[in-house]
Design a protein around this ligand. Sequence first.
Ligand SMILES: [Zn+2]
Length: 508
Amino acid sequence: MRTLTHLLSRLALVVACLSLVAPLQGAVVQGVRSYRAPDYTRLVFDLDGPLTYELSQQLEPATLVITLEGASFDGNFDNLSLAETPISSIGSSREPGGDLLVTLTLRAQVEPRSFTLGKNEQYGDRFVLDLYDVAGMTKAPDAETADPVATITSGLDDAGRRDIVVAISAGHGGDDPGAIGHGKLQEKNVTLALSRELARLIDAMPGYQSVLIRDGDYYVGLRQRTELGHKANADLYLAIHADAADNHEARGATVYALSERGATSEQARMLADKENNADLIGGIGTVSLGDKDAVLRSVLLDLSMTASVATSLEIGSALVQSLDKVTRLRRRNVEQAAFVELKSADIPSLLIEAGYITNAADAENLDSPQWRRRFAESLADGVATWFGKRPPRGTLIAWQQKHGTEGRRSMTSYVVQRGDALSVLAQRFDVSMDEIRRVNGLKHDAIQVGQTLKIPATLILREHKIERGETLSQIAFEYEVTLEAIRAVNELKSDTIRPGQILKIPTS
Ligand SMILES: [Zn+2]
């Protein structure tokens, strides 16, 4: 008995001492991360528990003081990357009252937005501070983080026939790593690398232009992504992701379109939940989903989406067929699920899970630049195959189709050299891999040195039937070729032409 009383009194003393040292028992800042997006800078404070905070901004000199009530911080900000951000320096001090003051010295005017986030699967409690650039005050971000929409200024050819625009949305980013897989591989890094590769290949195809919705390690909200797609006037929106599953045997790629009515499978529904939840990390999803208008809007949106879902399914099939040649597929049909990111009323949209990051073999592929290239090539090929048949109005591809370049391509012969691959030849000769396979009747992609391949020629001859009243110079003008070129390919001795005569028209 005496021992117990003694123990209790000693415990009481210990408790009293503790409360003197840390009277508020506030949260501990365990670390700070920074991410630079094209239009804002995000600071994330990782905490061991919830806290309340206050912001105060001063314009001259430009500083922002964050009061984290009752918090403490033992570390420093030395490893925080402030390059390209409006923050010139950052420091902290502990108030006598026990609050932590974090002071940001700013080199440009910003518009701060802040919020706290509770624990989730990946992180503990967080305090998030977004510093939005104020136009004209911030120095231009580097090319890596430039506004993706600004990159499509050269989308028109000389005659005003526009490129087909493919928006590529690399999943996750910044403080949202996505799924973490085999060997600590992060989904956000895989999706960015794959997206950049795909963008490069799309840009290499004449008549096509890519727009990267995310081109760096920063967070972009799901709705903001589709907005960027709209701003870029995208003809197709491709969201790039990697799958994850508790069952590490699960592997293979899947192509998803939006479901008009629920998901096609339970698995699809669960995945949609997982990918959609990422939006909450940005703290925006909870707000915009909450109001009634948003619910009404989404109903209206669903009605107008039927047409683009049908198109999405068609394009998805082309992509599945193309991917089937280079990678293992989990499903050979286009799955459907309710992804927020695919809810773009008028842009055909697809979500591609390139493979399972939680499977050792898939993770190795996803981490391999060579594999990513093959995967991206087959996606680009699928895109070209579908748009080649159904080009949007006003595009160069539509114009070429109308003027009959398809199916009338002349062939050149090519002897395969050491180091050649089908993909390399396709790029060099500016034709799709599918086309080379088709004209040569290839069943697989292995080619041998010395083998002769037929290559659909890049110099295309079209035909023009002369109508009454037309002149040679008018025709040359219409097709944007020189008079000399028309004279040469038709072996014309004079410029006199007659109605009904058929002219060969060269293109470059
Ligand atoms: Zn994902």
